[in-house]
Design a protein around this ligand. Structure first.
Ligand SMILES: [Zn+2]
Length: 322
């Protein structure tokens, strides 16, 4: 009888150890550490996946939502539409009437901005013209001395009296959203989301923190591509984000690529859309090979999946967790 009981205890203890090893975050940490120690490739899922909705589920990763591929013109139309929807119906009607538009659809706005950009020399001037009126836009263009094209929205806006501040802010929002809607994707669509954007329990620090990007599970060495053309502002290495690249796409939009194995670009470099800028890895504060992909807008990080699917974002703010 005693022998049977101690055998049962032994089996129970072995079961507990097995469960702890494969199904708890400390087990995952140990497995990752052992794999590193012995140079083996670890099949351990990223630690974040243990914190799905407060408890680990066996669905470790989620497929990406379908991508809405938009031309830059259509993306800007959608940005302008999203900005217009933040105004009162009366304001919206006034903007559309002044532009001679019957519809406030993304297509109609995109076409109008495209035509005006041709005529006025830049998309910044065209968007300013949509929200502030053609006269104000022409005045700003002439005063800024830029003639056709050239001037940034800030330079144009500086020429206008303060009463235009709200309208200028809408133009800036339209340009920001339009730039973000036009972004491509840094990885093949087969890469799955292992940790979504938003508030989550931090795997190593415990407390609930804001996850400022999305984690995409991929093997070490996967090419990481610039989501759009831009200027590399950072190509650096730190203990938290690992080897990271930050690309500035203009209009307040930047993308950040963290935890890489190797960086292929340097600060100040101009990159094209789709250019391979890094090879993915597991560097920094990371418990499994993945890319942390982050979209930064002027008010803070936003969920890249919303822009991928061309859905209106609830602009988030605050938080800079890896
Ligand atoms: Zn992350």
């Amino acid at each position: 009888m005693r022998r049977a009981r101690s055998l049962a205890d032994l089996v129970l203890a072995a079961l507990c150890l097995w469960a702890a090893w494969y199904h708890t975050p400390p087990g995952a940490l140990l497995r990752t550490a052992f794999a590193r120690l012995f140079g083996a490739r670890s099949a351990t899922p990223p630690l974040l996946s243990y914190y799905g909705a407060g408890a680990r589920t066996f669905q470790l990763a989620e497929p990406l939502p379908p991508r809405a591929v938009l031309s830059p013109g259509a993306a800007l139309g959608l940005g302008a539409q999203s900005a217009l929807e933040r105004t009162s119906p009366a304001d919206r009607a006034q903007v559309l009437a002044r532009a001679g538009l019957r519809s406030g659809s993304a297509d109609a706005l995109g076409d109008w901005i495209g035509r005006e950009a041709q005529r006025q020399g830049s998309r910044e001037a065209a968007v300013l013209s949509l929200f502030c009126g053609e006269e104000a836009a022409r005045f700003a263009r002439e005063r800024s001395g830029s003639g056709r094209g050239g001037a940034s929205l800030e330079e144009l806006a500086r020429q206008l009296p303060p009463l235009y501040a709200d309208r200028v802010a809408l133009a800036a929002t339209a340009l920001t959203l339009g730039t973000a809607y036009a972004l491509g994707w840094p990885l093949p669509d087969s890469a799955q989301v292992t940790s979504p954007f938003g508030v989550r329990a931090h795997p190593l620090l415990g407390a609930r923190r804001f996850h400022s990007g999305i984690d995409l599970g991929i093997p070490v060495g996967t090419p990481v591509r610039a989501a759009a053309e831009g200027i590399v502002r950072r190509a650096s290495d730190d203990r938290v984000s690992g080897r990271l690249v930050l690309v500035d796409h203009g209009s307040g939009v930047s993308t950040v690529y963290c935890h890489n194995d190797a960086l292929l670009v340097a600060p100040g470099e101009v990159v094209t859309r789709g250019q391979v800028i890094a090879l993915s890895g597991n560097s920094g504060l990371s418990t499994g090979p993945h890319l942390h992909y982050q979209l930064d807008l002027p008010r803070g990080p936003a969920d890249p999946l919303l822009f991928r699917a061309a859905r209106p974002p609830q602009l988030a703010s605050g938080g800079t967790e890896p």
